[in-house]
Design a protein around this ligand. Structure first.
Ligand SMILES: Nc1nc2c(c(=O)[nH]1)N[C@H]1C(S)=C(S)[C@@H](COP(=O)(O)O)O[C@H]1N2
Ligand SMILES: [Mo]
Length: 300
């Protein structure tokens, strides 16, 4: 398939040969969905190691299952993910409850190896499988008045022990400007390493916006609404001074309580040096244009 967008890293940069071969085998075995392996135009100077399946699936934020990093892996197993449907509504031509199987039968699943940067200043590299959000939105038919996209996570009080606590106003909600949502780097992830997305990572379908802090990448999405007005977002509602609507990764705009200049790479080891955080998490070439003329200290 034609390569359209640089993802920073090539398969070979980030994947040990053995895992690569295994993964190819796994991916070849996935029925129905056409998987196109996306070989990014890598930056030769960078030789980043992949994060392991273990590192990606046992240290998570999914507050519906508790606020400890190990809670999602321990508790998310209780979440019902089949049958699953996504309501797409608001300013669209074809509002409906779309069954996940119907969505997947119409989408092209690709692999996207993306950096992932949490606002808490840890990071990793994840080989996602997924499709472009733009393709899903086009399926529903975006109307001309739409300017934003609102997302909502599944909520079930019996299955989610964390929602007994008012850490956030449940359900978890997020939002993007329409041009951010339509950007080719923005994907809906369905897998990691060619395997189904684990529940703790937001099965069966979660947003991934690689140039924004991790909390924008909302998990286990059940509703997508096209709106004219900027939608409310969970972390912004909880603490508007600390978490803005945009939440673009920016080493020059610190969190009020900590620096965002550097990050701790998961799996790097206890004595590893912190790495410098990159503007837009390394995707400036692709996305800086979306924010031309905006004061990023004001629109944080
Ligand atoms: N519904 C929901 N989505 C969520 C969160 C959450 O608590 N609930 N946490 C966010 C945060 S803070 C991060 S860093 C990422 C973590 O994704 P990962 O566990 O797949 O690395 O999920 C984001 N999406
Ligand atoms: Mo995060």
């Amino acid at each position: 398939m034609a390569y359209r967008w640089k993802t920073d890293l090539t398969e070979r940069d980030v994947t040990p040969e053995g895992a690569w071969l295994t993964r190819r085998g796994l991916m070849a075995g996935i029925a129905g969905a056409g998987i196109a392996t996306l070989a990014g135009r890598g930056r030769a100077a960078e030789a980043l190691e992949p994060n392991t399946w273990e590192e990606i699936t046992t240290y998570n934020n999914f507050y519906e299952f508790g606020t400890d990093k190990t809670d999602p892996a321990r508790h998310a197993g209780a979440m019902t993910i089949a049958p699953w449907s996504v309501r797409i509504d608001g300013l669209v031509d074809r509002p409906a409850d779309y069954a996940l199987e119907d969505i997947l039968s119409r989408m092209t699943i690709e692999e996207r190896i993306y950096r992932f940067r949490c606002v808490e200043a840890w990071s990793r590299v994840v080989p996602w499988n997924g499709f472009e959000l733009a393709d899903l939105l086009e399926m529903a038919g975006v109307q001309s008045g739409a300017r934003y996209v609102a997302f909502e996570t599944y909520l079930n009080r019996d299955e989610m022990p964390g929602v007994r606590f008012p850490v956030l106003d449940w359900p978890y909600v997020e939002g993007l400007r329409l041009d951010e949502a339509m950007h080719p780097l923005t994907i809906m992830a369905t897998g990691i390493y060619g395997r189904d997305l684990p529940k703790q990572n937001g099965a069966p379908l979660r947003l991934v916006v690689p140039w924004k802090y991790g909390f924008k990448s909302i998990k286990s999405v059940v509703r997508i609404t096209l709106t004219a007005e900027q939608p409310p977002t969970s972390w912004n509602k909880a603490n508007p001074r600390e978490y803005g609507f945009y939440s673009n990764v920016n080493p020059e705009v610190d969190h009020p309580r900590w620096s965002q200049a550097t990050e701790r790479r998961i799996g790097a080891g206890l004595f590893a040096r912190r790495e410098p955080t990159q503007m837009f998490n390394g995707y400036a070439e692709e996305v800086a244009g979306l924010y031309e003329g905006m004061d990023l200290t004001k629109f944080y």
